[in-house]
Each structure stands twice: as C-alpha cells, then as structure tokens.
Ligand binder design. Structure first.
Ligand code: NAD
Length: 333
C-alpha cells in the first residue's frame, strides 16, 4: 500500500528542484503516492494567503510533506509560511544532517554533524513590545517540557544513527535561568542514554570551535535562536545552501524542505542545484522507514558528484537541474 505524501512545489526555483526530487525519489522505488498542492505566491490572489487552509489539511491528513521554498512577500503583512507551518503543525524539532560530499567545494573534509534545533519557543515566540518610545523588549521563553522533548529527540536520533556524542549548546553562564533550564533539562534526559556521551558548550565558543575543527562534533542540540544561526554556520562548512537538507519533525507529522530559498534570480533557467531538495527527500525516506531506497539515492548522488559530468554551475559544472536529476536516476539503476 503506497504512502501518501504532500508535495508543495513552492515558488521561484521550487518547482524545478521539486520535480527533480520527485523524479529521483520515485525512481528509488519507494512506494509513494504524491499529492501535489500549491502554496506560496500563486495562492495569494485567489485565497488571500500564501498558505491556504487546504494545504494544512492535506499535510494533517497525510502527515508527511516535501516542500519547496516559498517566497515571503516583503511588507505585505503575511507571516512566513514556514513559521506558520511549524506552529500550526507543532513541528517541534528542526533537524539538519550536514556532511561533506565528494567534490562539493568546502574548506573542510570530514564534517558530519546533525544540528537539532528546538523549533517552538525561545525568542522566536515573537513576544515583543515597546517600552515607551525608545526601548523594546523581547521575551525569551524556555520551558522544561519543550526542552526535554527536544533533548529526547536528539538522544533518540543519536541512538538510532549510532552516533557517539550529543553536545548541548547554550549561554547559561549569562542567561542563568532560561539557558540554565535548557542545559539542566537536556542533561536530565541524557541520563537515560548512558551509551551516548553528553557534553555542553557555550554558543560563542561553539562557533569558534566549529570553524576551527568541525570534525570533532557529532550531534548538537540548541534552543531556537542559537539553532537558527549555528545551523546556517554548519551548512556553510559543508558547501552551503545548494547541498543542505532540512527536516521539521512533529509528534504527528513532518515537513521536509531544502534550507535554501526561492532564488528568484535563477528561477526558470534550469540552473538550480537540486541536491538540497533531493537530500531532503532522502531524509523523508529514512523517516518513513525506506532505508534501502534512501541508500540507493545517496549512492546515485555520490556517483554523479564523483564523476562530475552532470553537476550544476554552482558546483562548477554545466548541467541543468533536470540533467543532474536524470544522471542520479541513471546512476541508481
Ligand atoms: P536564497 O536561498 O533564495 O538565495 C541565496 C543565494 O543562493 C542566491 O544567490 C541564490 O541564487 C543561491 N541559491 C539558493 N538556492 C540555490 C540552489 N538550489 N542552487 C543554486 N543556487 C542557489 O535566499 P534569499 O535570496 O534570501 O531568499 C529568496 C526568497 O526565498 C525570499 O522571499 C525568502 O523569504 C525565501 N526563503 C524561503 C525559504 C523557505 O521557504 N524554506 C528559505 C529561505 C528563504
């Protein structure tokens, strides 16, 4: 019985990279039945919002979605679709598997880091107000419940993927209450996973160590704001936006999406690198339990990257988005 998955092509380069990912995932022989729905700019005129209710409905029903990037209209009062999706579907964990890939330009060689970011609270809760005319206050929320949930997610992931260490990233030396609670709550979860080493690092030192010797890190678990910043930093260590997959995981479902945006400058030109979107699809296959199929796609990607004949311009090649996807499909066969 095929598993139904919502596919949101998105804006800009979204449709191109989504088609590439859909074709590659289908060729992996995973039994997936795609339900394609529009969200983003095209919906605004008709529905008055980039995220119509029917899109949320299909994700609630199917529980799993693969999503292309969506343009956030500037200054028109729309909330970011991504933030809205995370809140509405309670996608509490943002997870990025970031590792060096063959022939993808990077300053490092052996980076293999999973960034696990809490996705529902911290300063991202957006509770702000003015204090008089010349001061603004933003409230940082950290709760034991949400922190234990993200901590458990990080340790379960480490156990499942046979990883050795989870590092808690914080600033508890200064924010003794909020970050102190984050640190203490994840540490309390760590006791249930004696086979996995648990340590912690202050976020500023973490950034320095990441650019010095990133190879030493394994799984990182962070509150929302530090997670936002550090996950982009780690994406930069392995070659940037074109190769960074992402996942937003909740208790009832998950949305998988590339880290990059809609790149309007190159949209419609068959120039976009489809790897980030295909790798997000690989994460989705693993989440659904299609591990063999995921490995098949990973092997196809490795082959195409090593061979270098069918890679997109951002990786130094001349192939188009669809040519690269086709080469991956052929390598999988
Ligand atoms: P962007 O990621 O779209 O582009 C940044 C740079 O990276 C550009 O030079 C672009 O050409 C390049 N790039 C991005 N993806 C690429 C790919 N797959 N292959 C080759 N080159 C690629 O970021 P931006 O310009 O800040 O944002 C553009 C729009 O996307 C904005 O409206 C923003 O709100 C939206 N956005 C959406 C998401 C999402 O839906 N997940 C994420 C980030 C930005």
């Amino acid at each position: 019985m095929p598993i139904k998955v919502t596919l949101i092509p998105g804006d800009g380069i979204g449709p191109e990279v989504s088609t590439a990912a859909q074709n590659v995932i289908t060729a992996s022989r995973a039994p997936i039945d795609w339900e394609v729905v529009e969200a983003g700019e095209a919906c605004i005129a008709e529905y008055g919002t980039p995220l119509p209710e029917y899109v949320l409905e299909t994700i609630r029903r199917n529980k799993v979605a693969l999503k292309g990037p969506i343009t956030t209209p500037v200054g028109k009062g729309f909330r970011s679709v991504n933030v809205a999706l995370r809140q509405q579907l309670q996608l509490y964990a943002n997870v990025r598997h970031l590792r060096n890939l063959p022939n993808v330009p990077s300053r490092y060689l052996d980076v293999d880091i999973v960034v696990v970011r809490e996705n529902t609270e911290d300063l991202y809760a957006g509770i702000e107000h003015m204090v008089g005319r010349n001061a603004a206050e933003s409230i940082k929320i950290i709760t034991r419940e949400a922190t234990e949930r993200i901590g458990r997610y990080a340790f379960e992931l480490a156990r499942r993927e046979e990883r050795k260490r989870v590092t808690i990233v914080h600033k508890a030396n200064i924010m003794k209450l909020s970050d102190g609670l984050f640190l203490e709550s994840v540490r309390s979860v760590a006791r249930d996973y004696p086979e996995i080493e648990c340590d912690d690092k202050i976020v500023d030192a973490m950034c320095m160590n990441l650019v010095q010797i990133p190879e030493q890190f394994d799984v990182l678990v962070l509150p929302n704001l530090y997670g936002d910043i550090v996950s982009d930093l780690v994406a930069g260590l392995v070659g940037g936006l074109g190769v960074a997959p992402g996942a937003n995981i909740g208790e009832i479902g998950a949305v998988f999406e590339a880290v990059h945006g809609s790149a309007p400058q190159i949209a419609g030109k068959n120039l976009a690198n489809p790897l980030a979107m295909i790798l997000s699809g690989v994460e989705m296959l693993k989440y659904l339990g299609f591990v063999e199929e995921a490995k098949r796609v990973e092997k196809g990607i490795e082959h195409v990257l090593r061979q270098r004949d069918y890679i997109t311009p951002d990786l130094g090649g001349e192939a188009g988005t669809q040519e690269m996807a086709t080469a991956i499909i052929e390598a999988m066969a």
